[in-house]
Design a protein. Structure first.
Lengths: 86, 606
């Protein structure tokens, strides 16, 4: 397999993991909104309420930075990272 | 001033700017103490901030195509994040979001999840690849990846439909705030707003818009957070509201039960006496009040729409590298998060301060005549944003007898909580910044697509740079005036639906964009089918539902993009597969897009 094909395969793998996490916190947990309601969440908010106003939002922020770092590692591994810095 | 080492000096420049703005707030506060009138403070806030944006717009003037279209591709990640956040958060986010949460609770908060979760799709599926492509506009990518004028043209059509739906609402919001703050009639205020918007973008294009959007973000975030923290502290609810309002949320749930929320219903005759646009509290504040599908479908539509809206995507064309584009999406969402996570807190503080009889500001349970005598009630009643009526004739205000406009949560809560007027002036400046920055991004997206893709790429490929930029600026003004004219007609109910813009964009563009990178087999015929049928079916569904159609699968007029994009996906895949695969050159181009290093597909000047 060419270097480029391997790079793309890893990139696609990372995409699948990223989208899986995204799916859980944007869609998956809200299938159980009513069930999570009675559970206490962080800072004493009801869990469903906390996810909708802070939890999912914050997880998305962290997820994007994590994704960006992982992708940079993959690019470096195959020598595809850009020259120069941002 | 904006040359050479300007980029290195950005933190210093915006640091001084932020300090200057805070000093201005303090001067206004002192002015208020010394007897400056409320009206003068409002005018000072709006005029001062708009003047600063205009100066930034002037200093960013340019005659270079890549500076005009993509800010010279040298915007650092964090600053691009701020600019995107301002670009993204519209007048509606600023003024209406807390109100939506206040009235509709959980069901509305699907928008919070949708308008943030979409950025994960932007970062992982699209932004870095489009940045590598080196395009100036979103249709530029479609036109080059799939080839042919028809695909480029259809992308321009989808972009224009989605963005124009959005922009009239923003110009309207700018006009509303200018009309209140400057005390001039709305019909004129709309054009004052428009001129302010054009001052930022006309001379410098994307470069001007970028640096004004950063400045606008700083104003709008201060204007949103300062009152939230202040009110929370004043009420004794906690010095850091985001982590400390659990008791208040629980207290609201108790009060809802105590006041018989949902059991005491108003008759239709009673409701007919309530002024148009005002609503009572009829839904639970924090409890789950929507079905899983209602919540998820709305969130999903907004997420896919986010990843298809060209004015957001084009912000990531301005970063220095592919790597920077990815990081920049993270920063964008971080800056958006600061405001979005505060909106539910503001809604909580606002609601509790109004309905809790134990608080001095609480009005439920007081006598109607007493409430009608309160100063702030009279002000906001006059502004047509508050209304009480003694439906059951017992002389006491009940929960179901109190009505408010959605905007009042952001606009009136500072006054209700007893904050000085300077905060209201600040909020007006923040709302203006939010609406202007989004309007600028949208008008620029449309004008750039028309000037670059329609005029330069399709009509006159030999045009000189100078001529192209003149055309771009003329279009900017024309589109701005068209938007303002429609906004001045105040048919907001039809055109103001920001949510529709997301559905239109996702119907026509989501899959052609994503598959352009992720599916090599996708070809021109498929993309054309995907855009045309996606947009047509989405629009058809909307028209059908609005004309009394029952819809299916619980897809409403707010989520019709789910239907449109499904049609788009199926038709794109089917048509691609029954026609021949893209030529070798196109396949090689896709391979190159997938790798961050190396030259971009389109040259620096194209």
């Amino acid at each position: 397999m060419s270097k480029q094909a391997q790079h793309w395969e890893k990139t696609r793998g990372l995409l699948i993991v990223t989208l899986a996490i995204w799916f859980v916190f944007s869609i998956g947990i809200f299938l159980f909104g009513a069930e999570m309601e009675s559970i206490g969440g962080p800072f004493g908010y009801p869990l469903t309420y906390w996810f909708t106003c802070q939890g999912s939002l914050g997880i998305f922020v962290i997820l994007i930075f994590w994704f960006a770092n992982r992708q940079e590692k993959i690019d470096e591994e195959f020598g595809f990272s850009e020259k120069g810095d941002d | 001033m904006i040359k050479g080492n300007f980029i290195d000096n950005l933190p210093k420049v915006y640091g001084i700017y932020t300090g200057g703005f805070l000093a201005f707030i303090i001067i206004m506060a002192i002015g208020e103490q010394m007897g400056m009138s409320a009206k003068a403070i409002g005018i000072a806030f709006v005029a001062f901030t708009v003047a600063i944006y205009a100066i930034i717009g002037y200093l960013s003037r340019t005659a270079q195509a890549d500076a005009y279209y993509v800010a010279g591709r040298q915007v650092p990640t964090v600053f691009n994040g701020m600019a995107t956040a301002a670009d993204w958060m519209s007048g509606a986010s600023f003024v209406a979001m807390a109100g939506g949460i206040y009235f509709k609770g959980y069901g509305y908060m699907a928008l919070l999840v949708g308008w943030t979760g979409g950025y994960v799709l932007v970062a992982s599926l699209l932004a870095p690849y489009l940045r590598k492509f080196g395009c100036y506009t979103v249709p530029d990518f479609i036109g080059t990846r799939y080839g042919g004028n028809l695909s480029r043209f259809l992308a321009v059509v989808v972009l224009t439909v989605a963005s124009f739906t959005y922009v009239t609402a923003q110009i309207n919001a700018t006009g509303t705030i200018a009309s209140v703050a400057l005390d001039i009639p709305f019909q004129y205020a709309v054009y004052v707003g428009l001129v302010s918007i054009l001052l930022c973008s006309m001379l410098g294009g994307m470069r001007g818009v970028t640096w004004t959007q950063v400045a606008q973000y700083i104003v709008l975030i201060i204007a949103y957070l300062l009152p939230v923290f202040w009110i929370s502290n004043k009420m004794g609810a906690g010095f850091f509201p985001h982590f400390m309002l659990a008791d208040e949320v629980a207290r609201i749930a108790d009060l809802e039960a105590q006041f018989g929320l949902g059991t005491v219903k108003n008759s239709a005759a009673d409701l007919a006496t309530v002024p148009k646009g005002l609503a009572g509290i009829t839904k639970a504040h924090s409890a789950v009040n929507a079905t899983p599908w209602a919540f998820i479908s709305l969130a999903l539509a907004m997420m896919m729409g986010t990843a298809s809206l060209p004015h957001v995507m084009m912000r990531y064309f301005t970063t220095p590298s592919v790597k920077a584009a990815r990081k920049s999406v993270g920063w964008s969402l971080f800056f958006i998060f600061l405001l979005y996570s505060s909106a539910p807190m503001l809604a909580t503080l606002s609601k509790l301060s109004l309905i809790d009889p134990n608080l001095a500001t609480g009005i439920i349970g007081k006598s109607i005549s007493e409430v009608q005598a309160i100063d702030w009630y009279q002000n906001w009643n006059q502004a047509n944003l508050m209304f009480v009526s003694d439906f059951n004739g017992n002389g006491t205000l009940e929960l179901n007898e109190f009505f408010m406009g959605g905007k009042a949560v952001v606009l009136a809560t500072p006054e209700i909580a007893g904050l000085p007027y300077v905060i209201s002036g600040l909020v007006a400046a923040g709302g203006m910044a939010a609406a202007m920055s989004t309007a600028d991004g949208l008008i620029l997206a449309i004008a750039n697509a028309l000037s670059h893709d329609l005029y330069y790429k399709i009509i006159d490929p030999k045009a000189e740079t100078a001529k192209r930029l003149v055309v771009a600026r003329v279009l900017l003004v024309v589109i701005g005036f068209a938007g303002a004219t429609i906004a001045a007609m105040e048919i907001q109910g039809i055109l103001g639906s920001v949510i529709w813009a997301f559905d239109f964009a996702m119907s026509g563009l989501f899959f052609p964009l994503v598959l352009g990178v992720w599916w090599k087999r996708a070809n021109r015929e498929g993309a054309i089918a995907g855009m045309a049928l996606g947009l047509a079916s989405g629009m058809g569904y909307l028209i059908w539902v609005r004309n009394g159609g029952s819809g299916f699968l619980g897809i409403t007029q707010l989520t019709f993009g789910i239907f449109g994009s499904a049609v788009s996906l199926v038709s794109m895949v089917v048509v691609s597969l029954i026609t021949s695969e893209p030529d070798a050159a196109t396949q090689k181009m896709v391979d190159e897009v997938r790798v961050p290093s190396g030259k971009s597909i389109l040259g620096k000047q194209h």
